[in-house]
Design a protein around this ligand. Structure first.
Ligand SMILES: [Zn+2]
Length: 543
């Protein structure tokens, strides 16, 4: 049995007994020793690997809320506001007006040969633009005959042209939730929520986060994730169809697949009985690189899309309250059924009304069927206040806060959706910790780019693009932020005994960095370069 000893300038272990080290001994993919140079000879003959002797190692980062479809997004044109880099390294400048978006769509439209092929773009968000939102007329100016779908970056809204409305049978007279109308009652082409978006996806083509996965897409996602130091990522809404399962098993079986994947089953794909049966059966089929067991439930939409459910006083700009993706009367039964079956729930709630309701329903399920250590987790939970966090703590729930939102939408939340007072508690990491709620932080990639060092930077600095510090008391320390992207996230996945810290018996999963995220200036965390990762003792150099 061969042992490899990795040498680093400094190893931040997140392991309380040995917090700092310089040497990490690995056998069979797992950590057998951690400490100083003296451990090199403690485990028999060892190969010394000192290629990172100049670098800092931390536990490999854990993306507790990502979507593996990220690896496939770039097959469609990007219509986002912020500049973004594709997996192949191509840099896309942001599109800074609706006119710029339609001009870019025209360019892509002209390049399509088959007149029947739909034009599907992603990454759009009109909240950054003054003036009217995108309309059917805007997209008809690109083409009124070719179906066009522009997916919002939140994943919760589409804009479509008249060709799509027609094919879906959506008209002025349609009586269905989620069709936005202008003052005269005409459809604006904005489709909000799963009912109407689902029909467009089935009829025209899917632009969303729930498309079928394939092996090349998963490989691309693995490459994106490892470049930013991630060694374990969730795929937090997966239908777990045969197609998806085949892709997940195929990619993770490849020897050089660089990350562990943790898919969460979309509860709404199945009846309660079928869903519980499927997830229970899959749990026993987990491997070292593919872990089944979690279930995802989405309660509301997105705050910046005005589809999240807010408590009084509602949206700051007076917009109507958002959508329930699950009828409140139904939510309790779903939560109770999965809870009772021993399954862990990851529940998407953006608005505070949704977070409060989900917390209430988890509380009821626990009262009816007490179960220790369920670790039901609210995902995003962006507007929770102290009272909600206290109830979550009392219920034994965890939270995974969307810290990247502070940068990408913080200014818009302060000005438009939540208003300046409530926006102070956007993704309130410090309050969650003070209330004793186990904390993770995330990117929701592709909603924002996966990059745990950037996510740490957001939670530590709370800076927006206008250089405002949004809710200074909610800033957390660098150590708390590093915990939230390693052991904290691992805890929410019930994988903290295997990953998240560098401790004896755990997988040898590391991020290799140019500097120590606990020692650089807080503003510099996002600029630390990632030199590579180690997954189960296998080195992936950053390239
Ligand atoms: Zn998500």
């Amino acid at each position: 049995m061969s042992t490899t000893v990795f040498v680093a300038r400094r190893i931040v272990t997140m392991n309380c007994s040995i917090p700092l080290a310089t040497h990490l001994a690995v056998r069979d993919g797992r950590i057998i020793g951690v400490g100083d140079a003296s451990i090199a000879s403690q485990f028999g003959p060892a190969v010394i690997d000192d290629r990172f002797a100049d670098s800092v190692m931390t536990p490999g980062f854990v993306e507790g809320h990502g979507h593996a479809i990220d690896g496939q997004m770039w097959r469609a044109p990007y219509a986002g506001y912020y500049p973004r880099t594709a997996p192949d390294g191509a840099h896309h400048a942001g599109l800074r007006s609706i006119a710029a978006v339609t001009a870019d769509l025209r360019r892509h439209e002209a390049a399509l040969v088959d007149p029947a092929q739909p034009l599907i773009a992603w990454g759009f968000d009109p909240i950054y633009f003054d003036g009217p939102r995108m309309t059917v007329a805007d997209l008809d100016s690109v083409s009124a005959t070719r179906p066009i779908i522009v997916a919002h970056v939140s994943g919760h809204i589409y804009n479509v042209n008249s060709a799509v409305l027609e094919r879906c049978g959506f008209s002025r007279d349609s009586n269905i939730d989620g069709l936005l109308r202008d003052a005269a009652g005409n459809l604006t082409g904005e489709l909000q929520g799963p009912a109407v978006m689902g029909r467009a996806a089935r009829t025209v083509g899917d632009a969303g986060l729930l498309r079928a996965l394939d092996v090349p897409g998963l490989r691309a996602y693995g490459a994106i994730a490892r470049r930013v130091g991630v060694t374990t990522s969730t795929d937090l809404a997966n239908a777990l169809t045969e197609t998806n399962l085949t892709a997940l098993r195929g990619a993770t079986a490849e020897a050089d697949f660089p990350i562990r994947l943790v898919p969460a089953m979309r509860a709404r794909e199945y009846s309660l009985t079928d869903g519980i049966a499927l997830i229970s059966q899959l749990r026993s089929q987990s491997t070292d690189k593919l872990h089944f067991g979690m279930v995802k439930l989405v309660v509301d939409g997105s705050i910046q899309g005005f589809t999240a459910r807010l408590r009084w006083p509602g949206y700051h700009n007076g917009a109507a309250n958002g959508l329930w993706y699950v009828a409140p009367a139904e939510l309790g039964a779903i939560v109770e059924a999965y809870h009772r079956a021993g399954v862990q729930l990851h529940i998407h709630t953006n608005g505070d009304e949704a977070s409060e309701l989900a917390t209430e329903m988890v509380g009821r399920a626990i009262a009816a069927h007490p179960r220790p250590d369920h670790r039901h987790t609210l995902q995003h939970c962006q507007m929770a206040d102290e009272a909600i966090f206290r109830r979550m703590a009392a219920n034994g729930m965890c939270v995974n806060l969307f810290a990247n939102h502070i940068y990408y939408w913080g200014d818009q939340h302060a000005a438009i959706t939540m208003g300046p007072s409530r926006a102070q508690r956007l993704d309130a990491c410090a309050t969650a910790l003070a209330c004793g709620v186990p904390l993770a932080i995330h990117s929701d990639t592709p909603v924002t780019p996966v990059n745990p060092l950037f996510t740490m930077w957001c939670a530590v600095n709370r800076l927006t693009p206008s250089d405002r510090v949004l809710g200074p008391p909610e800033r957390i320390t660098q150590a708390q932020a590093l915990h939230a992207v390693t052991l904290g996230a691992a805890w929410t996945l019930k994988l903290d005994h295997k990953i998240g810290s560098l401790d004896i018996g755990k997988f040898a999963d590391c991020a290799v960095l140019a500097d120590d995220p606990l020692q650089v200036a807080p503003e510099a965390i996002k600029d630390i370069s990632v030199r590579g990762t180690i997954l189960g003792g296998q080195v992936f150099a950053a390239s």
